[in-house]
Design a protein around this ligand. Structure first.
Ligand code: ASP
Length: 343
């Protein structure tokens, strides 16, 4: 039986073309994707397309966009074997992370991809990214189930778990990194799936559940040498704030100055949830390693383990949307929900 893929275009560089007169980049009519990538006709699967209208630069992505995108996938979930989402690279890791939490019991691939050079340019990386993404989204294992039933990002020969990625390079074709989790597949002459690293559902028939209630009363506070009480106060005293992703140094360390620790302590007492992630690109938070981490732990700061900031932030949106009570929130934040942390 022929496989079927829904190819969703949301915007971003991949769908752009150079205007021959002005040489400026502008979005092309996505319905003409087959003209730009005639190779798609050679696939042995059906590829239907859907274009957002208007398409957006991914810097304009908002939670409302994630709601729209998850609704679209939910409405088409039974009709297709997999989904490929073309998305700008700038916030692709945020979208992939958010989607991973919003979808529960996902049993089909949702592969996000894009490109550094528009698909209408000669040296584009977009064609390979698109073609391999479709191949991965339609791949099945010997048991007939999808090879990668996860929200992933495919870019420059590598398939990543979406909620482990960060956009790392604004110039290079290898734009993404997943520093704390190995790739799910390596694409060369063959596509080599690392099946032991892929998450497979316990029950393939469990109904897909989509959580669209996201609470965005969350801030990211990045610590830096010279940070002042005024900066910390401005963030921690924001009205309605429920949670803070605290981007700390090294293995989860922050200044030990009394004014700083005192403010964190006070915030936690007021009911704010503080989640500690490292500013480092790789490695994890260990609040027992140094006195500077111990102080935070003592005041009730939670470990974000080896989470990216993108995953920590969107997980907080999701978890706060699930519950008003901090006991449940803390429990969910300390749990590995979609493979986003190693514990
Ligand atoms: N600014 C673009 C976007 O994220 C960049 C890209 O697509 O790579 O939408």
């Amino acid at each position: 039986m022929n496989r079927s893929i829904l190819l969703i275009y949301t915007g971003g560089t991949i769908g752009m073309k150079q205007d021959p007169d002005t040489l400026a980049l502008k979005p092309f009519n996505f319905n003409q994707i087959l003209e730009e990538v005639p190779e798609l006709r050679k696939f042995g699967c059906r590829i239907d397309t859907y274009s957002f209208d208007p398409v957006i630069d991914s810097s304009d992505v908002q939670p409302a966009f994630w709601v729209k995108l998850t609704s679209l996938i939910r409405e088409n979930y039974e009709k297709y074997d997999g989904f490929v989402v073309l998305h700008g690279t700038d916030t692709m890791s945020y979208t992939a992370s958010a989607l991973s939490f919003m979808f529960e019991n996902l049993a089909k691939p949702v592969v996000l991809t894009g490109s550094q050079l528009p698909i209408g340019m000669l040296r584009t990386d977009g064609k390979e990214n698109l073609i391999s993404s479709i191949e991965i989204a339609s791949a099945v294992g010997p048991d007939g189930h999808p090879m990668v039933p996860e929200v992933c990002i495919y870019f420059e020969s590598q398939l990543y778990r979406g909620n482990r990625t960060t956009k790392y390079n604004a110039e290079n074709f290898r734009a993404f990194r997943s520093a704390n989790y190995p790739v799910l597949a390596d694409v060369g002459i063959h596509i080599k799936y690392n099946t032991s690293l892929i998450r497979y559902p316990l029950d393939w028939n469990a109904p897909l559940h989509v959580s669209q209630s996201l609470d965005t009363n969350v801030a990211v506070l990045k610590i830096f040498p010279g940070i002042t009480p005024a900066v910390v106060d401005a963030v921690l005293n924001m009205e309605g704030l429920r949670g803070v992703v605290l981007e700390t140094f090294g293995s989860g360390n922050a200044p030990t100055a009394e004014w700083f620790v005192g403010r964190i302590k006070d915030a936690v007492r007021r009911g704010l949830v503080v989640l500690n992630v490292t500013q480092c690109h790789a490695g994890k938070v260990d609040m027992d390693a140094y006195a500077t981490g111990v102080a935070l732990k003592r005041e009730g700061v939670l470990s974000g383990f080896d989470s990216t900031t993108e995953a920590a932030l969107t997980k907080m949106f999701f978890v706060f949307g699930q519950s008003r009570g901090n006991d449940k929130v803390n429990k969910l934040l300390q749990s590995n929900l979609r493979g986003e942390i190693t514990i």
